[in-house]
Design a protein around this ligand. Structure first.
Ligand SMILES: [Zn+2]
Length: 225
């Protein structure tokens, strides 16, 4: 019998978040496993030009996300198109994510760390919503209609939060660090809005890597589900 590939599911707020947070890890996983993205908002407000049409920004950013994902070997990118800057921990979003977890059946779920001191409200609200959705996906008595459409309860094995202030697990990305940088560069529309990003990524991955004796590493906070 053919062995099923391990599935990793990255659920993040914006089109460039997966590569910025853990592009090196994603590149390592896709060597042997399947990776899916769920992007909650297509980042339509991510422009500094007041004359830009939000529809054009979405189109560009979704294209960049798909291109970066393809470059890293990701199997599929799913866009939920919630409003940029106003993602909320609401029931509909929990249900969308829970249903997709039951459908995709990931071994690992990766999202933002809601406890990290970070400015962006979308990163916090996405993270809280994912945590709530994991429980809805796991237990029998949430939303019985899911059973009727064939989505049985599913418990992922691992939950990883990143970036994090307190990593308890470091993934060695020395072999894929350059690929991570190239993948971030595919998000052309965003680079001018991320001043000094390359230096910051280098410093963070070096610092995280040092904790486990790697040249470059990506740090995660691993939680049990
Ligand atoms: Zn973001």
């Amino acid at each position: 019998m053919k062995k099923l590939l391990k599935v990793r599911l990255i659920i993040m707020a914006h089109p460039d978040d997966p590569e910025l947070a853990c592009g090196g890890t994603i590149a390592r996983w896709t060597e042997k496993e399947q990776v899916y993205y769920i992007i909650v908002s297509s980042g339509e407000k991510g422009t500094r030009n007041k004359n830009d049409s939000l529809f054009d920004v979405v189109k560009k950013r979704e294209e960049e996300a798909k291109k970066a994902a393809r470059f890293l070997g990701v199997k599929k990118v799913i866009f939920l198109r919630h409003p940029d800057g106003e993602i909320e921990r609401i029931k509909t979003l929990k249900l969308e994510i829970a249903a997709l977890i039951r459908h995709i059946k990931p071994h690992t779920i990766v999202t933002h760390d809601p406890w990290r001191r970070q400015f962006h409200p979308d990163h916090r609200s996405t993270a809280w919503t994912v945590l709530d959705a994991i429980m809805i996906a796991r237990d029998w008595h949430f939303y019985p209609f899911l059973l009727e459409i064939g989505l049985l309860p599913y418990r992922a094995k691992k939950l990883l939060l990143t970036p994090t202030d307190k990593p308890n697990f470091i993934n060695d990305i020395s072999s894929t660090f350059k690929k991570k940088i190239k993948a971030i560069k595919i998000h052309k529309s965003q680079l001018a809005q991320l001043p000094g990003w390359e230096m910051r990524i280098k410093e963070r991955t070096k610092r995280d890597g040092e904790l486990s004796g790697f040249e470059f590493g990506e740090g995660f906070y691993q939680m049990s589900i």
